[in-house]
Design a protein around this ligand. Structure first.
Ligand code: HEC
Ligand code: HEC
Length: 352
């Protein structure tokens, strides 16, 4: 990079970290919590645990089953995979740049990666594992005990340490070198002419950056867009069981008659959060189809149509955009090219 570009990059790095609505931000340091510092050995241990099938009750699944590096750390399905005989109810989000997220899950029900990691292990419809049993299973593996000793000072294998190591690994899944970053850092030729037009629509007429802004193109908030329910999913009794089970765990009084995904309401019980979902990151979006909390859209063109039409029926936030076909195409090119960085180099670990 030229000197001037470095200087601009450096100045941008020094700007306040809270992004204002509408401002896209170039790359910045990955936030690491003081309680769980990153070390190379911890990341390696976390990577092994992430891909270890011992974390699931029947030994068939690991975290990578539904967050597959070959599928943009998601699983390519509308609603995610599931524990045998059950069905999941939501789309598996990518884990790329998850380190930047303030809330985790589509409804934001977890706040830290350390807290989040134990949910899928315990979940009856995901890994369905008993955590006491899992700790004993991992403790029987001498290589793991040696690695826990190296990372944590003694060989005690606890669920908290397992979660810390997995979280450390997740914080290495970073995409911050997309053409958009180079463009924001001053390289005016980083976006193709078509992608540049798309960027202007994204931040202008399309109003996308009202919610998709900051370094991760996400506002850390929840919005009621009324993405339609998939009628096939509404008919499936196994999905109904999953939905009611989660609702019951979150003290939703009428869980037995709950017929749709209540979104953020499940957590806050605040009427305004009924069917509100988290704004997802748009980084690496070209590789993480299908889209939305229920995976209802298979392509970015469909998502753009959704926003162009003013979102789902009766939603309180979006208005029709009246984009021309050319503008929709330019927006798509920006999302596809502008937000895709170099592939994350990834070597599958050897599981002890
Ligand atoms: C059976 C599929 C499946 C497995 C296995 C699985 N996940 Fe997930 N993961 C999902 C789904 C589906 C969601 C979204 C659930 C929701 O929002 O309610 C999710 C959400 C997440 C999130 C939140 C991401 C975000 O953007 O909010 C993280 C982090 C995560 N999973 C990490 C893990 C880890 C770590 C493991 C292994 C311990 C794991 N997952 C195992 C399907 C799975
Ligand atoms: C009012 C806030 C808001 C605005 C404005 C907005 N989005 Fe979103 N976007 C969201 C939320 C919230 C979701 C998740 C909805 C869900 O899962 O049901 C989302 C989802 C998406 C997704 C799917 C991401 C994924 O991984 O599933 C894409 C792509 C997207 N938006 C692009 C755009 C584009 C392009 C525009 C402008 C035309 C735009 N958004 C405008 C809030 C917004």
């Amino acid at each position: 990079m030229r000197k001037a570009a470095w200087l601009i990059f450096f100045v941008l790095l020094c700007l306040p970290v809270t992004a204002a609505a509408g401002h896209l931000e170039p790359a910045r340091d990955v936030p690491i919590p003081v309680q769980n510092p990153q070390t190379a050995a911890k990341v390696e241990l976390g990577k092994k645990l992430f891909f270890d099938r011992r974390l699931s009750g029947d030994g068939t699944m690991n975290c990578g089953t539904c967050h597959d590096p070959g599928q943009g750390f998601s699983d390519g399905l509308d609603i995610s995979l599931n524990y045998p005989t059950t069905r999941n109810w939501r789309n598996s989000p990518t884990l790329i740049n998850v380190a930047f997220q303030k809330y985790l899950f589509h409804d934001g029900r977890a706040a830290t990666l350390e807290e989040q990691a134990l949910f899928p292990m315990m979940s009856a419809f995901e890994m369905n594992q008993n955590l006491d049993f899992m700790e004993e299973e991992i403790r029987t593996v001498p290589e793991y005990v040696a690695e826990f000793t190296e990372v944590f000072g003694d060989g005690d294998v606890t669920r908290e340490r397992i979660a810390m190591a997995i979280a450390a690994f997740e914080r290495t899944l970073i995409s911050l070198d997309a053409p958009l970053d180079r463009f924001l850092a001053g390289d005016s030729s980083a976006l193709s002419p078509q992608a540049l037009k798309g960027y202007e629509i994204f931040t202008g007429k399309g109003k996308c950056s009202e919610c998709h802004f900051g370094v991760n193109l996400a506002d850390d908030r929840f919005h009621v867009l009324h993405v339609q329910e998939n009628p096939e999913h509404l008919k499936d009794p196994r999905i109904a069981a999953t939905r009611r089970f989660v609702a019951k765990v979150y003290h939703f009084e009428e869980y037995r008659t709950l017929a749709e995904d209540p979104g953020r309401y499940l957590i806050t019980k605040d009427r305004k959060d009924w069917k509100a979902f988290k704004t997802p990151t748009l980084r690496e979006i070209a590789g993480t189809a299908p889209y939305m909390h229920n995976g209802i859209y298979a392509t970015l063109a469909e998502v753009i149509e959704f926003f162009n039409a003013g979102g789902g029926m009766g939603n309180p936030v979006l208005k029709p955009l009246r984009l021309t076909s050319l503008e929709k195409e330019e927006l798509r090119v920006f999302l596809e090219q502008g937000l895709t960085g170099a592939p994350i180099t990834f070597v599958h670990p050897k599981i002890p």
